[in-house]
Design a protein around this ligand. Structure first.
Ligand code: FPP
Length: 263
């Protein structure tokens, strides 16, 4: 029988330990994540790839709650790329289904925690049920302001840049803009992420070290953090570790060390 007089041994909480080391004044405002490795995670345990995606939802929750706890204001997740349309039809359909179920299932929790949902990408190309669920959830969470979670769906940076070029070219043709009037700001205003700060930190899981057509303009100065952890195994502690590593780096923006941190 348990001896209730003996205090329970305190197990060190890795999340709390890491969180305490994070400098609250230098938390990145915007963290972007390339969630990778769901398929490999599932295959390693002899399961169907979709089992990996389903377990990846838990990691989305971990990343979101962790980001909220440390004061990140924008979390952007690469959930479905333009290239992912070329996967087997059954996987694409199951992913769309998972997306709808997840958004519906999490909506109450998002609202209870002040989370605003947003989506970027060629949303018009998603199945009708996905579009409708997303639109409703985006409208329902529109006034929340603790953190914005952006799902990149049917997204690729090249798609976004082509769309931007077309919009700007149309404005020039119609006389609303001159070629000389085009600045970096003009381009930023025509990106899918207009109005959001650029991500300071980009995380990719599963050991791959590439950008895969994600936020190419926006990550010009982002710190990149790669981990071998497969997405379904990603926990808050990994996010906190990434933020700590980010805080230990010197971000020079093309300057020299003495300019950014004078002695
Ligand atoms: C990459 O793993 C993951 C995806 C293409 C889909 C991401 C989806 C989720 C995490 C599930 C639900 C998300 C939301 C927002 C509801 P992969 O399939 O490329 O893995 P592999 O490289 O090991 O094959």
């Amino acid at each position: 029988m348990a001896n209730f007089a003996t205090p329970l041994e305190k197990t060190p909480d890795i999340n709390e330990e890491l969180k305490q080391r994070i400098d609250a004044d230098r938390v990145p405002k915007h963290v972007a994540i390339i969630m990778d490795g769901n398929g490999r995670w599932a295959e390693r345990q002899g399961e169907h790839r979709m089992v990996g995606h389903a377990n990846g939802v838990r990691s989305v929750r971990e990343a979101l709650t962790g980001a909220t706890e440390i004061g990140v204001k924008y979390l952007t997740l690469y959930a479905f790329s333009t290239e992912n349309w070329n996967r087997p039809k059954a996987e694409v359909e199951a992913l769309m289904d998972l997306l709808v179920k997840t958004v519906i299932g999490e909506l109450e929790e998002l609202n209870a925690n002040g989370v605003r949902l947003h989506a970027i990408g060629d949303i018009g190309s998603l199945p009708e049920s996905c579009r409708r669920t997303l639109q409703e959830a985006i409208a329902s969470t529109a006034k929340n302001d603790r953190i914005t979670i952006t799902l990149a769906l049917s997204y690729s940076a090249r798609w976004e840049l082509v769309r931007m070029a077309r919009e700007i070219a149309t404005k020039v043709r119609d006389g609303g803009l001159t070629p000389e009037g085009i600045t970096e700001e003009t381009l930023a205003q025509h990106l899918a992420t207009a109005g959001m700060p650029d991500p300071e930190l980009l995380i990719r899981t599963s050991g791959e070290q590439r950008i895969s057509n994600f936020l190419l303009w926006q990550i010009a100065y982002a710190e990149l953090w790669f981990t071998n952890v497969l997405w379904p195994d990603f926990k808050k502690e990994h996010l906190f570790q990434a933020v700590l590593d980010y805080q230990n780096r010197e971000r020079r923006f093309g300057l020299i060390s003495e300019q950014v941190s004078p002695a």
